[in-house]
Design a protein around this ligand. Structure first.
Ligand code: SF4
Length: 623
């Protein structure tokens, strides 16, 4: 067993393949991080189960140095590994920079050598053509090359956000029988679109082929493994494991958006997190009136009741992609560019999310930044002219009109997106929001970042956290913004929290390094290493390599204690809510609350360092 890597120098178009032994590198993450260290490359890889019958095994995993996080990062998108597997390689590794924005074409027919071309594109014009942005670019690239493929190819694209900011994502949609679908999948977090465009001059990659590799496809044997472990067949176990992503009968909804909004109650976060300071009754009323009775109701009626659902491109019973016509709806983008921006109407959220997606932003970071800028406008820290827009947010809850005010705020969000891309007024996020905030905080004489919730890393790295009001969302892990942390709603003492986050990271790395979708984690985490043992006799070596990988990532951890005052409030109010609303009276929680009452900043610092100690002792103890 070995991994075959196609190394492409985008500055010259020269390429070569290299093999890496299976005894050292097992998948797209450990090999990708190695190549990043060696060459500062941007890597796209699949796991060893790509093309197999295991559902969720065709993720395309991207690794590299993240422009926004300013550290090594791992991002992935569903289904895009399926066509990649047809190239007969495990990884594409980009080095060098094309002199002008270019498309990379990869094709392999019937075991022949890979065809590779690097062609310049007038991308600024293409982004403005047809469906616009990443969608226009997808159509354009498909038009250029589709006739060269025997099977449907897949296309990775970046948008204008990748050129003008450090938070551009990479988008791809499944193409089936020559039809480009609307089900966009993203390697959004980490800003790898920005890395692809700004570091390598590549704005799109089209790939596919006809290579049939020897993938595991023996359903009888797989069923035996599943029966031994769970007393269920593969399909039965997977159906059980993915229920909430498909449809939860108890909640009468499905998908991340449906399930999260149906269950969050007083944990709702809206208006740039201002709701953390509201009373529980106020939050519950907001959730009931604007979310349950409108935002979620629309979603359930339009998407769930009509079963508008799809997969990321691979055969998967979870059908987690919940659609309304051309709009795909996940919780986190429809949260940051929903309630967090003062938007509680699906039409308005569709408008803003679609524009943000078309421009190619990582939607979670993009939405977090928009909510922050809206608050700066609302508080009159900046004028409309300074931020290049024509309106102010409508965030007055006493008079809030759910349809009209949501639409108004969405239109403001769209204006802000255009203002960011065109660098209107004083906006310039080319080097990230943290650096911009530093400069303009000095000029304004007020700490702008105190109003933004973000995780700081190194000198100018930043990340909008996952959208759960929990202590795990802001922990000092080496990679944040994805689920290498615990997002339990319970109070967990910080030292334990740190240890648990470190353990969670290792579990998630198992999935990422196998290129498997985390929505199947209920069986994949424990069973796939055992299956590796049955097939390749390497369970222990694989798990050992996961520990080493986690330590390796952790060794480059450069966490920065929360710069933003709102981060401290985020944790403090979470703890208070545990006591006051959930009636948690454990002595440790009471002690932390006392410490916060006594000296809020010092308590926050101690909580943060205790968490870091837990992370550290868990990831370093291996040696
Ligand atoms: S759960 Fe969703 S993202 Fe994961 S493999 Fe299935 S369809 Fe794709």
């Amino acid at each position: 067993m070995f991994q075959r890597v196609l190394l492409v120098d985008a500055s010259t178009g020269f390429y070569r393949t290299r093999k890496y032994g299976f005894e050292r590198y097992f998948g797209p993450v450990d090999l990708g991080i190695h190549l990043t260290e060696e060459y500062r490359s941007l890597n796209f890889g699949v796991g060893i189960f790509a093309g197999s019958i295991f559902p969720g095994s065709n993720r395309l995993v991207v690794t590299g140095f993240s422009p926004c996080w300013q550290g090594y990062y791992i991002s992935s998108m569903g289904g895009a590994g399926l066509m990649f597997d047809n190239l007969g390689i495990n990884m594409l590794s980009l080095v060098g920079k094309a002199p002008v924005p270019s498309v990379l074409y990869l094709n392999r027919n019937h075991g022949e050598e890979i065809e590779l071309e690097l062609l310049p594109l007038d991308v600024e014009a293409i982004w403005k053509s047809g469906r616009g942005g990443v969608y226009g670019l997808t159509d354009h690239v498909y038009g250029m090359f589709s006739q060269r493929y025997e099977n449907d190819p897949r296309i990775l694209v970046a948008g204008p956000a990748s050129l003008h900011t450090d938070m551009g994502g990479i988008m791809s949609v499944p193409i089936s029988k020559g039809k480009i679908s609307f089900v966009d999948t993203w390697a959004g977090r980490g800003g790898f679109g920005s890395a692809m465009v700004r570091n390598h001059g590549i704005v799109a990659i089209i790939y596919g082929g006809t290579v049939v590799s020897e993938d595991f496809r023996d359903r009888k044997v797989a069923d035996e493994w599943f029966r031994d472990k769970y007393n269920l067949r593969l399909t039965e176990k997977d159906l059980e494991a993915t229920r909430k992503y498909r449809f939860d009968e108890k909640l009468n909804t499905g998908g991340t958006l449906g399930v999260n909004y149906a269950t969050m109650g007083g944990r709702i976060m809206a208006f740039n997190y201002r709701t953390i300071h509201w009373t529980e009754d106020e939050r519950l009323a907001l959730h009931r009136d604007l979310v349950l009775n409108h935002y979620l109701k629309q979603f359930n009626e339009e998407t769930i009741a009509t079963k508008q659902q799809a997969t990321c491109g691979e055969p998967c019973m979870a059908v987690c992609k919940k659609m309304n016509g051309i709009y795909k709806k996940d919780y986190e983008p429809y949260q940051t560019m929903g309630p967090l921006c003062g938007i509680f109407d699906q039409r308005a959220a569709e408008k803003l999310n679609h524009h943000c997606d078309a421009m190619g932003f990582d939607a979670i970071s993009g939405g977090g930044v928009l909510a922050w800028l809206m608050e700066l406008l609302d508080e009159e820290v900046f004028t409309r002219e300074e931020l290049g827009v024509t309106r102010l947010p409508r965030w007055d809850t006493a008079t809030f009109d759910v349809v009209n005010d949501s639409l108004h705020n969405a239109e403001l969000g769209c204006e802000l997106i255009d203002a960011i891309l065109e660098r209107r007024g004083i906006l310039d996020f080319r080097e990230g929001v943290r650096k911009w905030s530093r400069i303009h905080s000095r000029l304004k004489g007020t700490a702008l970042h105190d109003r933004m919730v973000y995780i700081a890393f190194s000198r100018r790295g930043w990340m909008v956290p996952n959208q759960y009001w929990v202590s795990g969302a802001l922990v000092p892990m080496a990679i944040m913004g994805k689920y290498y942390m615990i997002y339990s709603f319970d109070f967990i003492p910080p030292r334990t929290l740190g240890r648990m986050c470190a353990d969670r990271m290792k579990q998630e790395l198992i999935l990422d390094n196998l290129g498997v979708c985390r929505f199947h984690r209920a069986w994949a985490e424990e069973l796939l290493p055992e299956i590796m043992d049955s097939l390749h006799g390497c369970r222990e070596r694989f798990l050992h390599s996961i520990h080493v990988l986690a330590s390796r990532l952790d060794s480059r951890n450069s966490p920065i204690f929360w710069e933003s005052d709102r981060n401290i409030d985020y944790l403090h109010t979470f703890l208070k809510r545990k006591r006051e609303v959930d009636n948690d009276d454990r002595p440790e929680l009471l002690e932390w609350l006392e410490r916060f009452e006594h000296n809020r900043l010092e308590a926050a610092r101690d909580f943060w360092y205790e968490t870091l100690k837990g992370i550290n002792e868990s990831l370093r103890e291996f040696f």
